[in-house]
Structures are given as C-alpha cells and as structure tokens.
Write a protein that binds this ligand. Structure first.
Ligand code: ATP
Ligand code: MG
Length: 596
C-alpha cells in the first residue's frame, strides 16, 4: 500500500498571501470581479449623491434657484429640480447595485463553507486508519462546524475587503476632485494608521490562533466527558469534570476576549482619528478662506464617508487576518488526511484462496515494536484462533489482516499477490470484521445490519438468524425498525455484539475476522453462535481472537502470540502437549468451568 501524493500541482506557496486568498476565493474569480465592478459604480453613485446633496443644501441656504458648482474640473450650472432628479437617479442606481453587492458575498461565503466541509469530510474518509485513529475525540466535529464557521467569516471579510476597498478608493478619488489637499491628507492618514495598527493586528492574529486551538481542546473535553458520563456519575467525579471543562472554557474565553477587544480597539481608534482629521481639515479650509458652504459641505460629507469606508477596509482586513488561523487549521487537517490516503491496485479478487504473512513487523511508534517477524499461511476455509496475553498484539494483527494498517517490514499476500494490489470494492466485499468493542449507529436494527450497503430485507434476516439475534429482535415491539445505538438503550452488550456479527455476515464475506466476538455473551448464546459459525465453516476463512478458551472450540488451528511474536501455530491437540501458554490457559479455563 503506497501513500498518496501530497499535492497534485505546486500552486502558490503555503502560508503566502496568495495561497490564503486562493483558499477563500480561488475558484470564484468571476464573482470577485463582478463584485469589484459593482463596488466601483456604487462608490461613484454615492460620491455623486453626497456632493449633490451638499450643493443643493448650500444653494437652499443661500436662497438661489440655480446651482453654480465650480470646483476643479467639475463645473455645473443647473436648476435645483434637475440636480434633485439626478440625485434621485444616482440613488436608484445605487439601490440596484446593492443587489449584487449583497448577493455575491452571501453566495461566495456559503459556497466556501459547503466546499470546506465537503473537502474536509471527503479527505477524512479517504485518510488511512492510522491517521483517522490519531484524531482527538471531537476534533473533526469541531473543525467541520465551528472552525469552518469562523473560516467562512474570513470569506465574508474578504468580500467586504473588496467592496470597502473599492468604495474607499472611489470616494477618495472624488474627494481629490473636490479638494485634493484634504483627500491626500485622509489617504496619508489612512496609510499611516494602517501601519501604526499593525502590531495590534498581529496580536489579534496570535489571539485567534490561540482561540482556534482552545476551541478544539474544549470540544475534545466535552466529547470525552460525554463518553465517560456513566463512569463519572458512578465515581462521583462530575464536580471534577465540571472543573476541567470550566478551565478549558476559561482558556477559550480568554482568547476570545482578546480577539474581540483588539478588533474593537482597532476599529474605534481608527474612526476617532478620521473625525479628528475631518475637523482639522475643516479648520484648514476655513483658515485658508475657502469657506464656500456648498463645496465645504461636499468635501466633509465625501471625506466622512471615505473615512467610514476606510474603517471598513481596516475592519475587514483585521477580520480576515483573524480568520486565517481557522482557515489554516481546516486546510491543515485536509492536507494531513489527503497525504495519508493509501493507494491501492485494481486487481479483481473473486475469491480468497489463501492469506500469508511473510516476516511481518509492525510498530505504532519507532521505539516500541509491537509485532516482530511474523510469518504464517492460512488456506481458504480454515478457522483460525488467535490467543495470547493482553497487549500481545492480537488486535494489531487483525488491523494488518484487514489492511487498516500496513506492515513496516515484510509482506502480506493474498492468493500470492500483495494484498494492496486488489481493487477495494472486491476487498470490502470479501472481508468482514467484528471489532473488539461493537459500535452501533443510532438507527434501526435493520439499518445497523445493512450498514450503508445495498442489502435486501431477506439478507438482513438471514444474517440476524446466523448471529442469533433474530429472536430477540422480533420480540421487540418495533422489530427490525427498533432504534438502537448510542443513547438509545434498547440493547444489551451481548445484543450489540450479535447485531455487529449480523452486520459482518450480511454480505456473505469470504474472510471474517472476529476480535473477541463473544466476550459479552452468556455461555448459551456463545454456543449458539459457535454453531452458526460452524455451519458457515466451508464458506468462510475465519479468524477468531479469543480470551475464552471455549471460543476456540470451532477452530482448526490456533496461533499463540506472546510479546508480538508468533510462538506457536498448530492444532489444539498439538498445542495442548507442546505449548506452555496454551496448556496453562486451557487448565485455567477447565478449572473455572469445574468451579461453575
Ligand atoms: N493505536 C495504538 N497506538 C499505539 N500503541 C498501540 C495502539 N494500539 C495498541 N497499541 C499497543 O500495541 C500493543 C498491542 O496491542 P493490541 O491491541 O494489539 O493487543 P491485544 O493483544 O489485542 O490485547 P487485548 O487482548 O488486551 O485486546 C500494546 O502494547 C498496545 O499498548
Ligand atoms: Mg485486542
């Protein structure tokens, strides 16, 4: 099994501004261009309207009927009615422009959100089991919900940055036409402020990076508390649980406070400075004797609006910067999952004739070998028991058998071909599994047995009968439609195990791997399941991991695993005479049976 390529093309460098903007707006260039054009037009209509309002008001004050506007390149002589009609026209045009200006950001943000969620979950489902199993509890949920939500906020801020930047520039350009000195002063102050506020923005980004991490930890804590809620009640440690969660919540609160504070500080500070500038500008104009009411009011109005647009630019930039840690965390998860995705071959696997481990070794971490130099061969139709002390590596062998993990050294061959060469559809069809801890969906019994596969009702019932759960199910009021699973308490531990066994049997696999399939069953149910499996013997290659020796009754051969090594692999009769661990285990089992 090879590991998937990290990235298909080079693209912009990770961490660069282009890379980040691409993450948010990459495939939506046309929408962005339309948004920019609409913002430019909207800016012009706004500047024009403001200038006209100021001019009309000034003319009204002076008592004239005709407006004389003579400012820089702009010279107008028109009646009040004409100007008011033009102002109306501009306002109407602006109203029309608000449709695309509102629709496009909403569409871009919702697309970004849906795409991020889809990419994240798709990548997760394709990731290797070793990477999936390393995720902290609640991590994917938190990333797919609130982290993506914050990242979507970044997309909204990016569109807001586009609209406010263009509006700002257009208003500023208009202000230049009205009064170049005042406009240049506002531009210079805006640029200077932008630079001055940089350290605050950087702190804001650091805080939101901390917030992103704190939220994942908080979600992890909550998910874990839910899982151990029963034990927490029994051990009377709910108070300690509350304390732990309160600490995690407090940590997130602190980062949230800091990001919000810095955000507000930057914006409010900016706004006040703009007012300061406008007042200063007026003072300058008055001192220079340029106090024509109309032009003065027009300059003030346009500059104030430019100031507000500038504030929006600053706010959007800050918001975008603070959303980046969330975007990057989401993207980092996608890349981590994608990089781990195994690549398999396409060879068909119509049936499984034999399975072979050739000097297989495996470790979860480099410093702690778990399986060492394991070699064995199993023929189709054999029933193999696997026994050994707790922690010996039995479940790890199962994970290798199922190709959930790959050997660090050695080879795993099926029908003499490396197992990863087979097409996945065939592999999934042929190989089934009941895990050590059965896990049900919150769904009907029938859907739990189907488990997302296209299986008809007859097959479901046949599997349920084989797994000896059918009689229990038909005794329930809703039969196969009874909702079971986490937080639905219709089933006992043993019933859960049997439903999971039915799930494994339903597609008539060629290879079935059972990791302690009967640990939660009473001896009678265990015997009945043993009978069912014996009946299937000729159809299946069966691996059964067992702690109870009684589970081994139906096995042809038994592997004894001690400290990650295969110390014996033989028939029960031979093991009884030749293997100490096996003999000791069967003596203990015989003793406990006699006591009962
Ligand atoms: N996901 C994991 N990451 C790191 N180490 C692991 C992981 N799973 C198991 N191990 C370690 O690998 C060793 C073998 O574990 P494994 O689950 O295969 O034992 P086992 O024989 O199935 O034990 P048991 O009978 O208790 O189920 C143990 O030392 C265990 O701590
Ligand atoms: Mg185990």
């Amino acid at each position: 099994m090879r590991v998937g390529k990290r990235r298909k093309d080079a693209g912009p460098q990770r961490g660069s501004t282009r890379y980040r903007v691409n993450l948010l707006l990459g495939k939506r260039r046309r929408s962005v261009v339309v948004l920019a054009i609409c913002s430019i037009f909207s800016g012009f209509t706004e500047a024009g309207t403001l200038a006209l309002i100021a001019q009309v008001a000034a003319t009204l004050v002076s008592g004239h009927k005709v407006v004389h506007f003579d400012h820089g390149p702009i010279q107008i002589n028109a009646t009040m009615t004409t100007l008011i009609l033009v102002a109306f026209g501009l306002v109407l045009l602006r109203i029309l422009l608000q449709f695309p200006i509102s629709i496009l950001p909403a569409r871009i943000a919702s697309d970004v959100q849906a795409t991020m969620r889809t990419n994240l979950f798709d990548a997760f489902t394709r990731a290797s089991w070793s990477v999936q199993s390393q995720d902290r509890e609640g991590q994917l949920q938190e990333t797919a919900t609130s982290q993506v939500m914050s990242a979507t906020g970044g997309a909204l801020q990016a569109t807001s940055l586009i609209t406010s930047s263009f509006t700002f520039l257009v208003l500023l350009a208009s202000a230049v036409a009205l009064n170049p000195v005042a406009a240049v002063a506002v531009l210079a102050a805006t640029v200077a402020l932008f630079g001055l506020l940089r350290p605050l923005r950087a702190r804001g980004v650091r805080s939101s990076r901390g917030l992103s991490k704190a939220q994942v930890e908080y979600a992890g804590g909550i998910a874990e508390s839910i899982r151990v809620a029963e034990e927490s009640q029994v051990f009377g440690v709910t108070g300690a649980q509350r304390g732990r969660i309160a600490t995690l919540a407090g940590n997130a609160r602190e980062y949230y406070y800091r990001t919000q504070l810095l955000n507000r500080l930057v914006l409010n500070f900016y706004q006040s400075v703009i007012y300061l500038l406008v007042v200063g500008g007026i003072a300058g104009l008055v001192a220079a004797g340029r106090s024509h009411v109309g032009s003065l009011a027009a300059v003030v109005l346009v500059l104030l609006r430019a100031g507000t647009a500038g504030q929006l630019v600053q706010g959007a930039y800050q918001g975008l910067a603070q959303a980046l840690p969330f975007i990057e965390r989401t993207q980092e998860a996608v890349e981590r999952y994608e990089a781990s995705a195994p690549v398999y071959g396409e060879q068909p696997l119509p049936r499984v004739d034999d399975l072979k481990f050739e000097r297989v070794s495996f470790a979860y971490s480099a410093d702690r070998p778990v399986l060492t130099d394991l070699s064995f061969e199993v023929s189709g139709g054999e029933v193999i028991g696997i026994i050994g002390p707790s922690g010996a590596g039995k479940s790890t062998i199962v994970q290798l058998l199922l190709q959930l993990r790959k050997p660090d050294r050695g080879r795993y061959l099926v029908n003499r071909v490396p197992a990863d060469q087979f097409a996945r559809v065939d592999w999934y069809r042929q190989v089934a599994y009941v895990p050590q801890e059965p896990r049900l969906l919150h769904a009907s019994v029938a859907d739990n047995i189907r488990f997302f596969r296209d299986v008809d009702d007859d097959a479901v019932q046949r599997a349920a009968k084989l797994a000896r759960i059918h009689d229990d199910v038909i005794a329930w009021a809703d039969g196969y439609e009874t909702i079971v699973g986490p937080r639905a308490d219709a089933v006992s531990g043993g019933q859960q195990q049997r439903i999971c066994l039915a799930r494994a049997l339903v597609a008539r696999p060629e290879v079935l791997v059972l990791d302690e399939p009967t640990s939660a069953l009473d001896p009678q149910s265990e015997t009945l399941i043993g009978e069912s499996l014996t009946a299937l013997k000729s159809e299946l290659t069966l691996f059964i991991i067992a702690h109870r020796m009684s589970t081994l009754d139906i096995c042809d051969r038994v592997m004894v695993i001690v400290d990650g090594r295969l110390v014996a692999f033989d028939t029960k009769a031979l093991l009884q005479t030749q293997n100490t661990y096996y003999r000791h285990a069967s003596q203990l089992a015989a003793g406990s049976t006699t006591e009962r």
